[in-house]
Design a protein around this ligand. Structure first.
Ligand SMILES: *Cc1c(COP(=O)(O)O)cnc(C)c1O
Length: 430
């Protein structure tokens, strides 16, 4: 299978080239030339598959030109090596816990898949990964690539806007991980990364690639979550409708689920949930897309005012807004509402939500669809946002062991302005 650029359909490349390029020319996003159609037997049998087996089956058509079955199996066994439980929070509402990986957020899977595929496919040249982060991406990518030979990772994050515990997960690693605190917003970080890619000389000289969710090796493997979710839901009921609510920022996660649906996966409805950065819910409602300057919120991994996977959403639905509206709902929550949701859920069910997952749970409650299986993606462990969650609940929560280990380490980071020339100079000397 080849991947074309949404900006220019005549530009087509292999899986290998697409993951090395990251972005196509003119900021085009890669998209699979054909959407695989899996058999009825596959869908009937998914309940009985293990997570790595499911991943291997789902991902093989996308990578088969460059990665053979045996290698893909090894990669999937490594990448999908942790649990993804579907936990009943209350009647009809389930949490798909995507936070049992090394950095306790859902981005671990995509980051690790990208690292392992690059390691396998790009043995000859040293490759430099650039990544902009508001928290979770940086930690997932840095930990996914830590110690991977032939690579280094430059992580740009907005100074003062990422919690200490989150920073500790990518500024304490050393080795091939180079963190930079940028004096600006997350959008500034994302712009610097995009500009660096647009500088063809620099891109070629340093063999730059992206690890943001635009990279297909991060994007596509996330769709496995949705097959897994449906498989678990089918064990609960064979016939009930399935609604999946996704706390969204750059729309990488939810569009990977929509890609799954396009292959035949039975999901009845998606909910795209935002915080105050509600450009997507507004688009779903009105058909008008008006990007905004990012607003800072307590669900900061969703603080995106111009989601970079938006073109993939349009591509998946053929630019048909009416169709999008019939299959996708939008919802958005303020910080105050998120705190209320966390408190109410804890009081009613005992379940502790993180601020991102809270938007998902809240949207299912508000949809009020009692006959369906409602699944929200719990995208991070509440312990990653310990200050916020403890202040909201007015009680101590227990930190998982993996986080306690990060908390003990010492931060070491570079600092730069949001100026592009400064960033270019930095890349040349580091
Ligand atoms: C990245 C992230 C999101 C948003 O995911 P997108 O793929 O950017 O839409 C939501 N919650 C958490 C915890 C995240 O880390």
């Amino acid at each position: 299978m080849k991947f074309y650029s949404i900006k220019d359909k005549s530009h087509k490349v292999s899986f290998k080239q697409a993951i090395i390029n990251g972005l196509a020319p003119n900021f085009g996003l890669y998209f699979p030339e054909e959407i695989p159609q899996y058999s009825k037997e596959f869908f009937d049998g998914i309940k009985n598959m293990t997570l790595p087996q499911l991943a291997e089956h789902v991902l093989y058509p996308y990578v088969s030109e460059d990665i053979n079955k045996e290698t893909l199996k090894t990669i999937c066994e490594d990448v999908f090596s942790f649990e993804i439980p579907l936990v009943e929070v209350e009647k009809g509402i389930y949490s798909l816990e995507l936070f049992h990986g090394p950095t306790l957020a859902f981005k671990d899977v995509g980051a690790r898949f990208l690292a392992k595929s690059l390691q396998y496919l790009n043995k000859d040249a040293k490759i430099r990964v650039l990544v902009a982060t508001s928290g979770d991406t940086g930690s997932a990518v840095a930990n996914g690539f830590l110690g991977v030979e032939g690579t280094d990772v430059v992580v740009l994050y907005p100074k003062g806007k990422v919690s200490e515990l989150q920073r500790k997960q990518f500024t304490t690693l050393g080795q091939n991980i180079i963190p930079i605190a940028i004096d600006g917003t997350f959008d500034d970080c994302q712009r610097l990364v995009k500009q660096a890619f647009a500088d063809t000389e620099m891109k070629a000289a340093q063999n730059l690639t992206s690890a943001n969710s635009i990279n297909i090796a991060r994007w596509i493997p996330q769709s496995v979550y949705y097959y897994w979710a449906v498989a678990q839901a089918k064990k609960i009921s064979k016939t009930k409708k399935i609604i999946i609510s996704v706390p969204s920022g750059n729309l990488g996660n939810i569009t990977s689920g929509m890609l799954g649906k396009a292959t035949g996966l039975p999901v009845d409805r998606f909910i795209a949930v935002s915080n105050k950065n509600d450009v997507v819910p507004k688009y779903i409602e009105s058909g008008e897309y008006n990007p905004i300057t990012t607003i800072q919120t307590i669900a900061n991994a969703m603080d995106v005012g111009d989601p970079n996977n938006f073109p993939r959403l349009l591509e998946l639905y053929n630019n048909d807004h009416a169709l999008i509206k019939t299959e996708v709902s939008g919802a958005a929550y303020s910080d105050q509402q998120i705190r209320d949701i966390i408190r109410k859920c804890k009081a009613k069910t005992g379940y502790i939500l993180d601020p991102h997952g809270a938007t998902g749970y809240g949207s299912l409650k508000d949809l009020g669809e009692t006959e369906a299986i409602g699944i929200f993606l719990e995208t991070a462990h509440p312990g990653k946002f310990v200050e916020e969650v403890e202040a909201t609940l007015d009680e101590k929560i227990e930190l998982p062991e993996k986080l306690q280990e990060f908390a003990k380490r010492t931060i070491s980071t570079h600092e730069l302005s949001a100026n592009f020339d400064d960033f270019m100079k930095f890349l040349k000397i580091n």
